[in-house]
Design a protein around this ligand. Sequence first.
Ligand SMILES: [Zn+2]
Length: 96
Amino acid sequence: MPLYEFRCPNCSSFDAFYPMTDAPDSALCPTCQSPGRRRISAPNLSRTGSSAFKLIDSTKRSAAEPQVIDSRLPGSPSRTTGRITSNPLHQKLPRP
Ligand SMILES: [Zn+2]
């Protein structure tokens, strides 16, 4: 949910969270209860260093750039164990 900035005519500006689809053009000031108009402001980048954003970034990065694994997990079968499938059509597939 994005953070929107409003300017109160009597006080200073205040921030409020609203869903993107329901962002009002004005909101009541929490201090004096007068309607404040929504301002066009820069996106809230102060959270980019938080652990939540690091998790989101690593999740997005793993979808596009998966980490290369250079060793197998302990206990996992090796690649030369034998045939994995018994389907004869798989015999025609290229070998690595
Ligand atoms: Zn106010």
